[in-house]
Design a protein around this ligand. Structure first.
Ligand SMILES: [Zn+2]
Length: 285
């Protein structure tokens, strides 16, 4: 437990409130956020807010707190090594804890040539794409009262991991965008896969998006959501409530995909996360 940035004044305030117990513990005056999870780039944690928390913030940005005080936070692929988790209590006091987010060694491939010169997108494509992105952003902007964020996620399907989250190519010094999800290949289109956690279907593209193909998105609550790309078909519709383990769609190669695979990405608010850190290594892979 560390109090950082103004922690001394805060610690003294709490010391007065708690008297000898706090004194005996030195800086042990901050409440325990009870974090458990993967405090690492692309990872996440669940915790318990101090009693009376009216507002919780990670690096100054609000994070939700459930009625029972449980909360979910996560750490972007490129997260800073230290982040401040703060709670404002009912009486106005602010307590905080500095979190240490472990760095990752991302798979980086250096290509000694420049990026492929792309042809400028046509006006028609730009229009189409902005419509697709608007639907994706709209799907992510709604917070549903679902509890999937509390669950231990399960694998949507078992298969060969054909692409890691966070891997990146650097073309002659110019970084390309990194791989935003985990690719799972079963070698065939049509393989069914299931919901990794409870949620609400927020997007089920009936016609393929230009890159994502038949995209399916599920909101797990608290700002946490999954996207499943390149599906050959969906078994659910927008607005459906789905349960962990429920059959939701089939693997395909719609959109920009060289072969059939499931690209599974997870976001918490604006942060991109590593699905592998939600499910852990699977036996037999
Ligand atoms: Zn992918």
């Amino acid at each position: 437990m560390v109090l950082a940035g103004g922690g001394l004044a805060l610690g003294l305030g709490l010391w007065r409130a708690r008297g000898m117990a706090a004194e005996a513990m030195g800086y042990g005056a901050a409440p325990d956020f009870g974090l458990a999870g993967a405090l690492i780039q692309g990872g996440w944690a669940r915790g318990q807010a101090p009693p009376g928390t009216s507002l919780l913030a990670l690096a100054g940005k609000p994070a939700g707190v459930a009625r029972d005080g449980r909360f979910f936070i996560a750490f972007d692929r490129d997260s800073a090594p230290r982040l401040q988790l703060s709670a404002r209590l009912g009486d106005g006091r602010i307590v905080s804890q500095e979190l240490t987010v472990a760095p990752r060694a991302w798979q980086i491939e250096r290509i000694p040539i420049g990026p492929r010169p792309g042809t400028p997108p046509s006006e028609a494509y730009a229009r189409l794409r902005s419509g697709e992105l608007a639907r994706i952003n709209a799907a992510r902007s709604v917070d549903h009262q679902v509890e999937g964020w509390r669950q231990q996620f399960i694998w949507p399907v078992y298969g060969r991991l054909s692409g890691k989250f966070g891997s990146q190519r650097i073309y002659n010094g110019t970084p390309g965008s990194y791989h935003s999800g985990l690719d799972i290949a079963t070698g065939a289109s049509g393989t069914p896969f299931v919901a990794p956690a409870d949620g609400v279907v927020t997007l089920a593209a009936s016609s393929p998006f230009s890159l994502e193909g038949r995209l399916l998105m599920i909101d797990h609550g608290m700002g946490l959501n999954s996207a499943f790309l390149h599906c050959s078909g969906h078994a659910v519709q927008e607005g459906d409530v789905v349960r962990q383990g429920q059959y939701i769609a089939q693997i395909g190669k719609t959109g920009r995909a060289t072969g059939p695979h499931l690209h599974w990405s997870i976001k918490w608010r604006d942060f991109r996360l590593d699905p592998l850190l939600f499910v852990g290594p699977a036996a037999g892979l």
